[in-house]
Design a protein around this ligand. Structure first.
Ligand code: URA
Length: 208
């Protein structure tokens, strides 16, 4: 189940990628949207941002707007960053998989988890993206990002906290903001939110 042990996907471009624009341009050309697959949503934020957040994949709103973390989960992340005292300008946000995967039910589009093979296919690109942004800390938000960055599944509850990724970069594992949105009990949600803000404070310190 180790994404690394099955060998590195070879460079699908054959060219040296000099910028994020170039990287995203090539990625967007790669696999066109189709039934159940949305448009290409690039990462967003200042190149050179000290913190890079990796989510799972764009959601419905992200697919509509073409920007990562603009829907409910993104709004929660923004609020938590603000509560943690981490300036939004210090954060670059992106996703392990760059297209929304869904099942159409009438007018509704139901989120589908990206498959391991989709995550694996995009790993090469994610690594390039991280190198081009050049953050001090790479944060996995939830299990899909952990799988993409660690190359193997790790339980988020056990891995939560600082981590060193296989590429030797400093990292941090925390929950996905969608997890907080799914908690039904208000008290439970408040406690989980405080813990999330605590993680973001530690991430802010690591990035300084
Ligand atoms: N959830 C994610 O993982 N990424 C987004 O961009 C939005 C929601």
């Amino acid at each position: 189940n180790d994404l690394f042990s099955r060998g590195e996907p070879h460079d699908p471009t054959g060219v040296e990628l000099a910028s994020l624009e170039e990287l995203y341009g090539l990625m967007a050309d790669g696999e066109p949207p189709g039934p159940g697959v949305g448009r290409f949503v690039p990462g967003e934020g200042p190149a050179g941002a000290p913190i890079l957040f990796v989510g799972e994949q764009p959601g419905d709103q992200e697919d509509v707007q073409g920007k990562p973390f603009v829907g409910p989960a993104g709004q929660l992340l923004d609020r938590a960053l603000s509560d943690a005292g981490v300036p939004r300008g210090e954060a670059y946000v992106t996703n392990a998989v760059k297209r929304f995967h869904f099942t159409q039910r009438g007018k509704r589009r139901i989120h589908e988890k990206p498959s391991t093979s989709e995550i694996r296919k995009e790993r090469w690109w994610l690594e390039k993206e991280i190198r081009l942004v050049g953050p001090r800390v790479v944060v996995a938000l939830g299990a899909t990002a952990v799988l993409a960055l660690a190359g193997k599944p790790l339980p988020v509850t056990k891995a939560r906290g600082p981590i060193r990724w296989p590429d030797e970069r400093d990292g941090y594992v925390t929950v996905h903001p969608s997890y907080l949105l799914r908690l039904q009990d208000a008290g439970e949600r408040r406690v989980a939110y405080e813990a999330f803000v605590g993680d973001l404070q530690r991430i802010g310190e690591l990035a300084r």
